[in-house]
Design a protein around this ligand. Structure first.
Ligand code: SF4
Ligand code: SF4
Length: 443
């Protein structure tokens, strides 16, 4: 917060000389404390505590900003329990940019935090090495693949060992599947349009998704080709930085943003496409991330103007109608970062309704978080599991055989949900179901 931002309307002046990325007074000021966001907040619904509601968290941010409270353990805990799902943003009539506030508050906390050496080393390995180094992701993916392919996973699950492993045992079911062949070997290549060429698009394949969602990435490329797109995967692309932003590591995220901007702006594309709503939300906010970077501020705006979720892009063009009928009942779980972060709600439903034979059943409370939220389901597995259990009651009630979503993380969480609390429904990205229809028509 700049020192010149000296007051909020309802509180004493904010402290001068705060961290430059601390929550801005102008953003905090927008909250009129009406409480209309409370019922849209998963953690408030779970815990019933004002301090774990959007209004309560904003109040705590104001208290810290004005020096009325210390940013201590309690503050950290209540902010850490936030899913950053941004459901409150959609419910708020005053336009409070809650997503920006929580990211700013976490960045401020992270900058001051004294972590023990082993935590620092672990975070440094994950954020600065693993997520940005393809060979490391491939190696981790190979181990994950062997864990499953050798039958070790089944043995561990059947042995009762998981019960003795505490939290590791409780979250083992959330471990994604490694899909071979990995998608990394497609990065750097171009896939030509089928039929008449209508668009040239750049596809951002993600980081871990190259291992855990290799089939989804292939389906995305095929669907775009079937819709007349030359699909290019720029070789210099890298992790989008979403997990870094959500963990308060904005400088690392900025470095990744600059690389992606250079990689994609060089390509003369009509649009840049992602199939991961969590990544898309951050990619569309690169202009905010780099607003004070003289060399990249304008480039970031150009990048953001072309950035599209794959469902958003397909919803904006005339969809190739050559699809085979699927004869299936499907429902849709809104991905928080698509519905609340990017305000894209109708495009995925439009696509599902366009597939012949698909009977679409709306899911009650479809835009309430499923508990995935990046790594939330690992860090706060108890709350995440409770949210998932309630979500599955709704899913089961639709009678749908297929649960669709628009984000990799949501799909992993829902796959755990259908096994643990559901009826073993299939869980697919919207684009994967569309791909099935195209393949059935011989495309
Ligand atoms: S965030 Fe919005 S909805 Fe929630 S209390 Fe503040 S003004 Fe009201
Ligand atoms: S982002 Fe989600 S969990 Fe956090 S305060 Fe808003 S609605 Fe609640």
């Amino acid at each position: 917060m700049a020192a010149s931002e000296t007051t909020t309307s309802a509180f004493p002046p904010v402290l001068p000389n705060r961290h430059p990325e601390a929550p801005r007074a102008a953003d905090l000021d927008k909250c009129v404390h009406c409480g209309l966001c409370l019922n849209a907040c998963p953690t408030y619904r779970e815990l019933g505590l004002e301090m774990d509601s959007p209004r309560g968290r904003i109040y705590q941010m104001v208290q810290v900003a004005t020096g009325q409270a210390e940013p201590g353990a309690s503050y950290e805990e209540h902010l850490d329990l936030c899913l950053a799902c941004r459901g409150c943003e959609s419910a708020c009539p005053s336009g409070v940019p809650y997503g920006r506030l929580i990211e700013a508050a976490r960045t401020e906390i992270e900058a001051k935090k004294q972590r023990p050496w082993h935590e620092r080393a672990f975070r440094s390995f994950i954020f600065e090495r693993l997520l940005v180094t393809p060979w490391m992701i491939k190696t981790a993916g190979a181990f994950l693949y062997l864990y499953e392919a050798t039958g070790l996973r089944a043995i561990v699950r059947g042995s009762g060992l998981l019960k003795l492993m505490g939290k590791m045992g409780r979250i083992e079911h959330l471990a994604p599947t490694a899909e071979v062949p990995f998608f990394f070997d497609k990065v750097g290549k171009t896939f030509p349009a089928k039929g008449q060429r209508r668009y040239r698009v750049g596809f951002l394949a993600g980081c871990l998704a190259n291992v855990t969602s290799a089939r989804l990435n292939e389906a995305t490329v095929r669907v775009l080709q079937a819709n007349g797109c030359d699909v290019v995967l720029p070789a210099e692309q890298t992790c989008c930085g979403a997990l870094h932003v959500h963990s308060g590591l904005k400088d690392q995220a900025r470095a990744l943003a600059r690389k992606n901007i250079d990689a994609f702006l060089a390509g003369n594309f009509d649009a840049f496409i992602t199939n991961a709503a969590g990544c898309g939300s951050t990619l569309k906010e690169y202009h905010e991330l780099l607003e004070h970077d003289e060399a990249y501020a304008e480039k970031a705006k150009l990048f953001v103007a072309k950035m599209k979720d794959v469902t958003e892009f397909l919803g904006s063009i005339e969809l190739n109608p050559k699809m085979g009928p699927l004869s299936v009942t499907a429902t849709y779980q809104d991905s928080c970062h698509l519905a609340h972060g990017q305000k894209v709600r109708s495009a995925p439903r439009q696509i599902l309704n366009a597939i012949p034979g698909v009977k679409f059943k709306e899911l009650p409370l479809s835009d309430l978080c499923c508990g995935s939220a990046g790594i939330y389901n690992i860090v706060h597995d108890d709350i995440a599991d409770s949210l998932l259990q309630k979500k599955m009651v709704m899913v089961n009630g639709t009678g749908a055989e297929v649960v669709t979503t628009a984000n990799v993380g949501c799909a992993i969480q829902l796959k755990a949900g259908v096994t643990k609390y559901g009826k073993r429904q299939r869980v697919l990205h919207v684009v994967e179901l569309l791909d099935e229809a195209y393949r059935k028509a011989g495309l």
